[in-house]
Write a protein that binds this ligand. Structure first.
Ligand SMILES: Nc1ncnc2c1ncn2[C@@H]1O[C@H](COP(=O)(O)OP(=O)(O)O)[C@@H](O)[C@H]1O
Ligand code: SF4
Ligand SMILES: [Mg+2]
Length: 355
């Protein structure tokens, strides 16, 4: 295994202009969808990206593949600086980086048979082997019968359609797959099958994944490393096991405390950390620590005026909080109001199949 990460992202920003005015369409501000993200993804591993809806996960995934143009920052893929490539080299590189979307139906053309869906990337990239054979091979890899080739997207169930979406993504033997909420639209009973398929394919084909989800339980199941996003930035990054054993960023602590624990006695005793205040708009990201308007651990010093860096506080553990060490040591506690039942809980619907 190469020590170099397959993907290396530095200072990535995607700011969308907000326009006002009927005629002049002047730029009134920016949606800071992705606001300075650094991350590395090693070959063969799965990087899980979690955070509430709207925190910038999809935009980050698209910016890595340059499906949206970054405002700033660099993306190195297998040593190539993706941002500097011209259209033809970008087209060639795309075969190595693929995306799987949440809603397989929306990303499949209803008038295209599965055969045509799977043949298209082969044709576009000048695949020289037998295309019908490759289609059969792909269907077999994703657990669909050869007869599926002649069928149309609406003839399949949601889970089967996601299998078609996966077959399309692996058609050209990519190195990296970004799976954006790949099971969020599926029945709970089907989710595990698709997650298992992704894991099997990773092993068979040596794939590297970024798996995006708002559901911590799904991400925990598949990820080696997890990044937690809040308002366009990573606030914590750790191995999956460590993050679950001991979340250190106040936002991660609140996310975790929203997950029900199957043991009713433990569930009864533990204190939930609830967040006060609404999720700020990404047009108006709070100064200082971007989480300070809702943070139950907020201090009068530093939090409101000094942005915390995402810093490595232990090997493999990065936290963007000025007080991470004190919170870990227990010398700073959550404010009492964080346990107030009128405070809001962060939204992480967790499906029972995964807990
Ligand atoms: N093309 C766009 N133009 C303007 N704003 C956008 C665009 N795409 C996404 N956004 C905004 O960027 C923020 C992050 O969106 P997104 O990346 O979809 O979040 P997530 O995938 O975490 O739910 C949201 O506030 C969203 O409304
Ligand atoms: S820096 Fe302050 S406001 Fe931000 S997460 Fe840490 S304690 Fe909370
Ligand atoms: Mg999304």
């Amino acid at each position: 295994m190469s020590p170099e990460p397959l993907l290396s992202v530095r200072g990535l920003k995607v700011h969308f202009p907000v326009r006002k005015g009927v005629l002049l369409q002047r730029v009134a501000g920016h949606v800071r969808a992705v606001d300075g993200v650094d991350l590395d993804v090693r070959r063969g591993m799965t990087y899980g990206l979690v955070g509430e809806s709207g925190c910038g996960k999809s935009t980050l995934g698209k910016a890595v593949l340059r499906l949206v143009e970054p405002t700033a920052g660099t993306v190195l893929f297998d040593g190539a600086d993706v941002g500097t490539l011209g259209p033809e080299r970008m087209r060639l590189l795309r075969r190595h980086m693929q995306m799987i979307f949440q809603d397989p139906l929306a990303s499949l053309d209803p008038r295209q048979s599965v055969e045509s869906v799977l043949t298209e990337p082969l044709r576009a990239h000048g695949f020289t082997g037998s295309r019908p054979r490759r289609v059969r091979e792909l269907l077999d890899l994703v657990g669909l019968p050869a007869a599926a080739a002649g069928r149309y997207p609406h003839e399949f169930s949601g889970g089967q359609r996601q299998r078609v979406g996966i077959a399309r993504a692996i058609a050209l033997n990519p190195a990296l797959i970004i799976a954006d909420e790949p099971v969020s639209a599926l029945d709970v009973s089907i989710q595990a099958q698709i997650v298992n398929l992704l894991e099997d394919l990773q092993e068979q084909l040596g794939l590297t994944y970024i798996v995006v989800a708002h559901d911590l339980a799904v991400v925990r199941h598949v990820s080696d490393v997890i990044g937690v996003m809040y308002l366009g930035a990573l606030v914590e990054e750790a191995s999956s096991d460590e993050l679950y054993a001991e979340p250190l960023h106040p936002y991660t602590i609140a996310l975790m405390s929203a997950i029900p624990i199957p043991d009713p006695e433990v569930e009864e005793r533990r204190r939930r950390i609830l967040l006060t205040g609404d999720l700020p708009s990404p047009v108006d990201v709070p100064a200082g620590c971007r989480f300070h308007t809702r943070c139950p651990f907020r201090r009068p010093e530093r939090c409101a005026d000094e942005p915390p860096e995402l810093r490595e506080i232990r090997p493999g553990r990065k936290v963007a909080c000025h007080w991470a060490e004190e919170i870990a040591a227990g010398s700073i506690q959550a404010a009492a109001s964080a346990h107030d039942p009128t405070a809001t809980e962060v939204g992480t619907p967790v499906t029972s199949a995964w807990t």
